[in-house]
Design a protein around this ligand. Structure first.
Ligand code: ACM
Length: 521
């Protein structure tokens, strides 16, 4: 390219990137067109067919940003149009002319995402109330774009969960993985086993003798409905056979003991009653969550299975099946639960330890989390498992985001999780050789563990703005990603955070920022 051509190219490229600068995640195809559209004080909206059902939700979410919308019968300022040639269920087209906005999609999810893009543009209209004309054609890079919240270590509560769901929807994240049980608390009502909550939900990591905190089944239904209205699927996690102390505190007859450091950490894999107990729990859980997935954890069993060596039931099980070590027992347990889940017509999700249990490929999805073990990701793929990527570095949002922060985690080599690392994930050579473009990779997820998060402000400080980077990493094709450009669009997203009163970490003004403290450990 000669100099003139290079300058022209750079000019057009920057124009191309700048013009769409108010949408996160960045659309996969954006063409600026001539002219501007003046946004009226009250926006009218019309829809064809089933898309009309999206209008009440849109009116509600627009109101949260002081944008006034009314439904009309004929030709509104925003028109929602069904177009069956758009085949990806999450795909949409958004055409902005000097008179109106038209959103086309094949399915409701796509139309919903078109509306989210339109809403961001409208909220961020210039001071003259105008938005630039454009043609957008957009679809997700990954089908699985997810956030996980741990409510076992510290209970966060419905209001914050709904707020997270609002921001997820606005940024096209579509799965919410809910870590509802762990050693420090059991947070979901199970009617058949009331002690799980009356005893198991007591306290939290900071205050083990604190109040009972959990979601009733009616509250779960409310949150599931709230999420569904925002095209977010909720996947519940009941962690087993380790991380089970809250459950074994409530029902000690199913405890498989633990270790000195983690007493009563496991369920008892040698007792037939354990399988009935957990299967009954899962049955109730599946009635509350329409998702076809259920997450059963399966992580870090070795932290506390020492007592399996001395429990008679487990020793008998080992003899009966000729097991030579505790890993065999762990895999036996996971296989039994996999059978239960198949009988419930659900698909199992497990942390990457389950790769070694040889579960059926068609009924198992793996979450790769141990970033220091990329070979576990390779192994999952080579065995044919579908995988969701959530490696600690850079997708654990309980890790600090600035070197000088004190309250969150760092890895043993000092690694932490600044926003740019989240944004650039997965890159091209993250793993030990597995192709990240394989169809077996369903997508990615960030995990908000709450050992170091105990208040809404702290939760928000750790979630925002990294959630915005996650959404673009999961939605936008590599070739359209550019951190500097994302950075400039964050001006607008931060204004949205501010309008909603979110305590976010302003990574661009670190000298003026103070870390929101977490629990002292
Ligand atoms: C995990 O962080 N233990 C999945």
């Amino acid at each position: 390219m000669n100099v003139r051509a290079t300058i022209l190219f750079l000019l057009f490229f920057s124009l191309y990137l700048c013009k769409a600068q108010k949408i996160i995640p960045y659309p996969n195809q954006y063409e600026p067109t001539k002219g501007e559209l003046k946004v009226p004080k009250t926006i009218s909206i019309t829809a064809s067919g089933e898309f009309a059902s999206l209008i009440p939700g849109f009116i509600q979410s627009a109101e949260q940003f002081s944008v006034s919308v009314i439904e009309k019968r004929s030709k509104g300022f925003i028109q929602l149009v069904q177009n069956s040639t758009l085949v990806n269920p999450e795909e949409y087209r958004l055409t902005i002319t000097s008179r109106e906005i038209m959103i086309e999609a094949g399915e409701a999810a796509g139309c919903f995402y078109g509306l989210q893009s339109a809403l961001q543009l409208i909220i961020n209209a210039g001071s003259d109330g105008k938005i630039p004309c454009a043609f957008i054609h957009d679809w997700p890079r990954y089908a699985w774009r997810s956030l996980m919240l741990d409510e076992a270590r510290h209970f966060i509560g419905m209001e914050q969960v709904k707020s997270l769901l609002d921001f997820m929807a606005l940024q096209k994240l579509n799965k919410f993985h809910w870590h509802l049980t762990d050693s420090h608390g059991w947070r979901i009502e199970i009617k058949q086993y009331p002690l799980l909550t009356s005893i198991g939900a007591r306290g939290d990591l900071t205050n083990p003798n604190g109040a009972v905190q959990y979601y009733t089944q009616a509250e779960i239904a409310e949150i599931v409905g709230y999420a569904r209205q925002r095209f977010i699927e909720i996947i519940p996690e009941i962690d087993m056979p380790g991380h089970a102390t809250a459950a074994t505190r409530a029902y000690p007859e199913f405890s498989g003991g633990g270790s000195k450091r983690y007493p009563n950490y496991t369920f008892n894999p040698g007792k037939e009653g354990t399988y009935t107990f957990i299967t009954n729990i899962l049955k109730e859980v599946t009635t509350l969550f329409p998702s076809r997935y259920i997450h059963i954890g399966g992580d870090e069993v070795h932290f506390g299975n020492e007592e399996w060596n001395s429990i008679v039931d487990v020793q008998q099980l080992m003899k009966k099946h000729d097991f030579s070590n505790l890993i065999d027992v762990e895999h036996y347990f996971i296989k039994r639960m996999s059978d239960s889940i198949r009988n419930l017509n659900k698909t199992l999700i497990g942390w990457d330890e389950v790769v070694d249990a040889n579960l059926p490929v068609a009924n198992t999805v793996v979450m790769w989390w141990r970033h220091e073990k990329p070979k576990q990701l390779d192994k999952a793929i080579s065995k044919g498992y579908q995988v969701i990527m959530c490696p600690r570095i850079p997708l654990y949002f309980d890790f600090i985001q600035l070197e000088s922060h004190k309250y969150g985690r760092k890895w043993s080599d000092g690694a932490y999780v600044p926003i740019e690392l989240v944004y650039n994930f997965p890159g091209t050579d993250y793993t030990s050789g597995v192709s990240i473009s394989t169809d077996l990779i369903k997508g990615m997820q960030a995990n908000l563990w709450t050992e170091r998060i105990h208040s809404p402000e702290r939760l928000q400080f750790m979630a925002y703005p990294r959630m915005s980077a996650l959404s673009e990493a999961a939605w936008t094709q590599d070739k359209m990603k550019n951190f500097e450009n994302f950075n400039s669009r964050m001006d607008y997203m931060m204004k949205i955070y501010e309008k909603k009163g979110v305590t976010y970490f302003n990574y661009r003004n670190v000298d003026a920022e103070t870390e929101v403290p977490g629990p002292v450990r």
